[in-house]
Design a protein around this ligand. Structure first.
Ligand SMILES: [Zn+2]
Length: 99
């Protein structure tokens, strides 16, 4: 993974020389566990099936399903576009929550 001195916009590839306006975008996606577990008709979870399905995946895959973070460097133009339509949904009202 690139780090440190890289100076290109992650989105459009534009050169971002030292001293130019640039932005770091961190994308974090975490599983939103709401505490609800679906119970089978038997009233208990099929833990064996659950465990075997987990074992089919690598630890890394499982982690990615729960938590994933990516970091991007953006030029001002791309930053403005992403702020107004982060999900690329073509809907300017989808700006998300301000935290
Ligand atoms: Zn750009």
């Amino acid at each position: 993974m690139e780090s440190g001195n890289h100076s290109r916009c992650s989105r459009c590839g534009k050169n971002l020389p030292q001293g130019s306006v640039k932005y770091i975008m961190k994308l974090t996606i975490t599983a939103d566990f709401d505490g609800f577990l679906e119970e089978k008709d038997t009233g208990s979870l099929d833990t064996e099936a659950l465990l075997s399905s987990i074992h089919e995946k690598t630890e890394e895959e499982l982690e990615d399903e729960v938590w994933i973070e990516r970091v991007f460097l953006l030029c001002q133009e791309c930053r403005n576009k992403i702020v107004h339509d982060p999900l690329n949904a073509g809907d300017p009202s989808m700006e998300g929550w301000v935290t």
